[in-house]
Design a binder for this molecule. Structure first.
Ligand SMILES: NC(=O)c1ccc[n+]([C@@H]2O[C@H](COP(=O)([O-])OP(=O)(O)OC[C@H]3O[C@@H](n4cnc5c(N)ncnc54)[C@H](O)[C@@H]3O)[C@@H](O)[C@H]2O)c1
Length: 338
């Protein structure tokens, strides 16, 4: 079975692609490679990599593809605000284009890599029927994308949206701008964790291998239980308040729990219910923040992760690319970088 993963060189994509090939799938990655190709180097000869953009790729690559997992995006709130217009072009219009072309080219399943951030901050426990409350361009693009692609679902084209919790754990394109990963880096580099005031805020989390496995679960599920459906991806047990989570991370690694506060007091929270994915897809995560923190700390100690790699802070890296774009335009080289 042939699976095309857009954004497959990214943080989640580069883990997911490895799990897909382990399970015997033929994999095509469509990615602009904004963070380079290092994340796929080891498996380069086992997959097909197409360096192109969701906004203008040649649709013939969809011929013979059975499943599309659409991950390509400017992938967090701050990156999404650098150039809101571009964020909408890529995360909304570009991915709707992928979905429509997939349907036209006979792809059978289309899976959206959406986010629990569509709920914004709300009281109570939020499930798939809760109203959305997108507070940023990134979250708005996800809502627009979902609302235009879920209605494409029919008997021949199965569409499923996976709203992922905040992801953590080791990846081949590492992101230290994600909460748990950043806490581990703080302990490794500075011996302390920076915690956003006042630490009582709730957030849901999921390990990168678990969220990847949720995509595989949808590929392998009968269409009638996933078609046109939205699932939150995570587990009820992994809704955490930030301050106790930071302590848990330090304890898991076995180092002293030192911390410093930053930001003005902000206790805006959201807690998410993951009952639906557990009941319908029988999905429950195998990993916890404890294992995630340990594997990252080990990788840092062994030199498998470089603490100061500029690509690990997504917004900073995209800012550099935008600056490069400007310079190239000034000297009249019209190579679009972003
Ligand atoms: N990491 C998380 O905590 C998290 C949580 C919820 C949802 N998500 C969503 O999951 C998806 C993957 O996230 P990630 O953490 O792996 O992000 P990432 O930034 O590591 O990966 C995104 C990939 O998309 C590629 N890309 C960006 N724009 C492109 C374009 N126009 N055309 C082709 N490729 C393009 C990038 O080169 C990159 O390899 C995103 O849609 C993100 O919004 C992530």
């Amino acid at each position: 079975m042939k699976v095309l993963v857009t954004g497959g060189a990214g943080y989640i994509g580069s883990v997911l692609v490895r799990l897909l090939i382990e399970r015997g799938y033929d994999v095509i990655v469509l990615d602009r490679l904004f963070f380079g190709i290092d994340s796929l180097k080891e498996i380069e000869d086992r997959i097909k990599i197409v360096k192109d953009d969701v906004r203008w790729f040649d649709p013939s690559i969809l011929n013979g593809v059975d499943v599309v997992i659409d991950m390509a995006a400017l992938s967090n709130d701050p990156s999404g605000e650098l150039d809101p217009q571009k964020t909408l072009e890529i995360n909304y219009k570009g991915r709707v284009r992928v979905a429509k072309l997939a349907k036209k080219h006979g792809v059978k399943k289309y899976i959206l890599a959406s986010s629990c951030s569509v709920y914004g901050f709300q009281d109570g426990i939020l499930d798939e029927n809760s109203p959305v409350n997108p507070l940023t361009t990134y979250a708005k693009a996800n809502v627009l994308w979902e609302s235009e692609t879920l209605p494409l679902a029919d008997k021949t084209f199965c569409v499923t949206a996976l709203r992922q919790a905040t992801v953590y754990g080791f990846s081949y394109r590492m992101r230290f701008d994600l909460a748990i990963n950043g806490m581990v880096l703080g302990l490794f580099k500075n011996g302390k964790i920076s915690i956003m005031r006042d630490g009582t805020q709730w957030r849901p989390f999921v390990h990168v291998k678990d969220t990847s496995n949720a995509f595989i679960r949808v590929i392998e599920a009968e269409n009638d239980i996933v078609n046109g459906q939205i699932f939150n991806v995570g587990s009820n047990e992994q809704n955490f308040q930030i301050f106790p989570l930071a302590k848990l991370i330090a304890d898991s690694i076995g180092v002293e729990f030192n911390y410093e506060w930053y930001g003005s007091p902000d206790n805006r929270s959201y807690r998410v219910s993951f009952d639906k994915i557990r009941n319908v897809l029988k999905f429950s995560p195998k990993y916890t923040p404890k294992e995630g923190a340990r594997e990252i700390f080990r990788a840092l100690k062994e030199g498998k992760l470089i603490p100061d790699d500029p690509r690990t802070i997504t917004v900073k890296w995209y800012k550099n690319l935008i600056e490069m774009d400007k310079i190239l335009r000034e000297i009249k080289i019209n190579d679009v970088i972003l």
